[in-house]
Design a protein around this ligand. Structure first.
Ligand code: NAD
Ligand code: ZN
Length: 259
């Protein structure tokens, strides 16, 4: 990890963001790290002896739905105990302003929505900015058989396959409404994200390793279409080559200084 970014870099980033008419913010696990949600690739990424790559797959769910649901039940509990941090809240407040600020997130923790709800509770504002969850949400289920999708925050009983959540409409097993390794993203959501990226004057990238595709391509597509790229991450990422400014630091410290 390097030294905190100098004030002049923060000032330049502030100016760049302040002048833009349209902004796309791409966030990854790092924006929620300061809320205590572990990133996959950092410390605490493992559950028991399992790697996420071995559990978050259609094959794992087909082989052992109980085990996969147990892991998701644990993740839901973990994330339910976490609150939006200063970065989520600053972005939510920024979204309430007059310009369209869109958030495209790889996170499944729902913390951007929660931050928006918090901010609105106080101010009752309205916004033109969207929140697109590219990889779905831990707090939604989807039927493995019919089209039923539901918000769900109830604890998961993974003691047996019979106790797992089942569809109220057709009785089939439900699954988490998240995108697993090897699965395509929702085409509609992805298309929307790329449209917003192509139109953005600035793309602010926070807490993503920028190696998970096609999510990372939202940033590179914005840059290709002419957007200035500003990055916040304590570590160097592949975006260094295309970013106008790379601010090395934690999301909760840096983002509130920028927006
Ligand atoms: P990642 O785990 O690959 O990378 C996280 C990035 O965040 C790293 O580059 C790291 O340097 C940076 N980081 C760590 N602490 C930070 C902080 N305090 N402030 C800013 N940056 C910080 O995460 P990813 O790029 O989002 O991709 C991993 C995949 O895992 C995604 O598909 C995502 O859906 C999923 N995931 C989601 C969550 C969540 O919902 N919170 C958590 C873990 C993984
Ligand atoms: Zn069903």
């Amino acid at each position: 990890m390097s030294a905190p970014p100098p004030h002049r870099h923060i000032r330049r980033a502030r100016e760049t963001l302040g002048e833009a008419e349209t902004v796309v913010v791409l966030t990854g696990a790092g924006v929620s790290a300061d809320s205590g949600v572990p990133t996959f690739r950092g410390q605490g990424g493992l559950w028991r002896e399992h790697r996420p790559e071995d559990l978050a797959t259609p094959a794992a769910f087909a082989r052992d739905p109980r085990l996969v649901w147990e892991w998701y039940g644990w993740r839901r509990e973990l994330v339910s105990a976490c609150a939006p941090n200063a970065a989520h809240l600053a972005l939510a407040r920024w979204q309430e302003g007059p310009r369209p600020i869109h958030i495209v997130t790889q996170n499944v923790d729902g913390l951007h929505r929660l931050a928006r709800d918090r901010i609105r509770d106080g101010a009752g504002g309205s916004t033109t900015g969207e929140i697109l969850e590219l990889h779905g949400s831990l707090f939604r289920t989807r039927c493995t058989c019919c089209a039923a999708v539901e918000d769900s925050r109830a604890p998961i009983d993974a003691t047996s396959e019979a106790s797992l959540p089942h569809c109220g409409a057709c009785g089939a097993l439900l699954r988490p409404d998240v995108v697993w390794f090897g699965e395509p993203l929702d085409a509609h959501v992805l298309d929307r994200a790329f449209r917003l990226a192509a139109r953005a004057e600035v793309c602010l990238v926070v807490g993503t390793s920028a190696i998970v595709q096609p999510a990372a391509a939202v940033a590179t597509e914005a840059a290709r279409a002419g957007a200035a790229l500003v990055e916040v991450n304590p570590e160097v990422t592949p975006l260094l080559r295309v970013a106008q400014l790379s601010l090395r630091g934690r999301a909760a410290e840096i983002v509130p200084l920028l927006v």
